[in-house]
Write a protein that binds this ligand. Structure first.
Ligand SMILES: *Cc1c(COP(=O)(O)O)cnc(C)c1O
Length: 399
């Protein structure tokens, strides 16, 4: 057997690869450079063009581009009217921003458990948590796979709830043939460098609701309006604008928008490559009794953001920490997505206790995400597979 690098053996590869990485080509660089010397470097024509493009891509009527995905979630929470006394049901396995937005708005996040096979929010868990105070659901398309939208929308209809879809992982994904972005009351995207397309930073909210759209636009710019119909003291004076509520400066620059427009041209290629790599991993790991493959629902045509390596610890002589460290030492560096949100010490201080979501907690102890991004070569992918199999072979109980 090959000696593991962590015990002094030769690593599978010399240089490290991480779980995600942006892909920037010369066309992206040129697109950004062109904007730098133009008339508008923020809030100009590129931002408008990006919003139009996102509408075409997602089939949503409206898109509001903002400075990052967290700002998108924050504005969605405010536009949804979250406030003191409201409860909002949130996925327990997600990036903290999905539930922080509920706190920003003064409401209370209530954590739903995950489906142990898809890792997405479990509609049965949502149903158990609904109270007269429940205002909304924040559902995350985890790893890029769409949540069970039919059932979740049904729950929202029955109980008059707002659905915010956190699609930070899921640009390009389709649910029953419809692109993510037009299927919830509001859908939030992130364009951080590890996501499928990037603007350095960036985010967007898409919606089909004109009222929500106008409100989001106003909140993006300080709560200030130029539309006399929205003013308390309308006038036809050309200089006049009026702050009618407390908003923010969450604008995106035009050079970020230009980068995103250029990136979106490559989205079909990004999607295809991510699907290819995901499929190759699945082929390599299928039927290995030490590993568990993520369940795929037939409704989701998924643009994969993450590949979850799920350990079947019953058949391994190690825990997740030992496996992670061994894989890391092979220079095929994984990351864990995610700590159950309410395990963060901040949430602990707010009074959330361990044991709330048993599936999420079990999941957290068994997983890591392995490298998945457009720029990986076939050789890189084979290195990752080699490294995983090497570590599995060392720790397997089934010798
Ligand atoms: C990345 C991410 C966010 C936050 O996006 P930023 O652009 O980094 O602010 C929110 N939710 C999920 C699920 C994410 O992965």
């Amino acid at each position: 057997m090959e000696e593991l690098a962590i015990f002094g053996g030769k690593p599978v590869r010399e240089n490290k690869i991480f779980y995600g990485r942006q892909y920037i080509d010369q066309a992206d660089v040129d697109a950004v450079a062109a904007v730098m010397t133009s008339d508008y470097i923020t809030c100009g024509p590129k931002v408008k063009e990006l919003e139009q493009h996102l509408c075409e891509l997602t089939h949503a009527k409206y898109a509001v581009v903002v400075c990052n995905g967290t700002a998108a979630l924050h504005l969605a929470a405010l536009a949804a009217g979250f406030g003191e006394g409201d409860e909002v049901i949130v996925s327990s396995i997600t990036f903290a921003a999905s539930s922080n937005c509920v706190l920003y708005a003064g409401a209370k996040p209530v954590f739903a458990d995950i489906d142990p096979e898809t890792y997405n929010i479990d509609p049965a868990s949502i149903r158990k948590l609904i109270t007269p105070r429940t205002k909304a659901i924040v559902a995350v398309d985890f790893t890029g796979q769409a949540v069970e939208l039919d059932e979740i929308r049904e729950i929202c209809k029955e109980h008059d709830l707002i659905l915010i879809e956190d699609a930070a992982h899921a640009i390009g994904t389709k649910y029953k043939g419809q692109p993510v972005g037009s299927l919830a009351d509001m859908t939030c995207f992130s364009f951080h460098p590890v996501k499928t397309v990037t603007g350095g930073e960036g985010g967007a909210i898409t919606t089909n609701d004109e009222k929500l759209y106008r409100h989001l636009m106003r909140l993006r710019t300080h709560g200030i309006t130029r539309d006399p119909e929205e003013m308390v003291h309308p006038t036809d004076a050309l200089w006049y604008n009026e702050q009618v509520e407390l908003g923010f400066n969450y604008r995106m620059t035009d050079f970020q928008a230009a980068l995103l427009l250029s990136q979106l041209k490559k989205l079909p290629a990004f999607e295809q490559r991510r699907k290819e790599i995901h499929k190759r991993y699945n082929e390599a790991f299928d039927k290995m009794p030490e590993l568990i493959l993520q369940k795929e629902i037939p409704e989701s045509d998924t643009t994969w953001h993450l590949y979850v390596l799920h350990l079947n610890l019953e058949n391994l002589n190690c825990d997740r920490r030992q496996f992670f460290d061994a894989l890391y030492a092979e220079n095929t560096c994984p990351q864990v997505h995610y700590l159950p949100v309410y395990w963060h010490s901040y949430y602990e201080k707010l009074g959330y206790q361990k044991g709330l979501c048993p599936n999420a907690e079990k999941y957290y102890n068994e997983v890591m995400s392995i490298p998945l991004y457009y720029g990986l070569t076939d050789d890189d992918v084979e290195d990752v597979i080699h490294a995983v199999k090497k570590v599995v072979a060392y720790y397997t109980k089934l010798k």
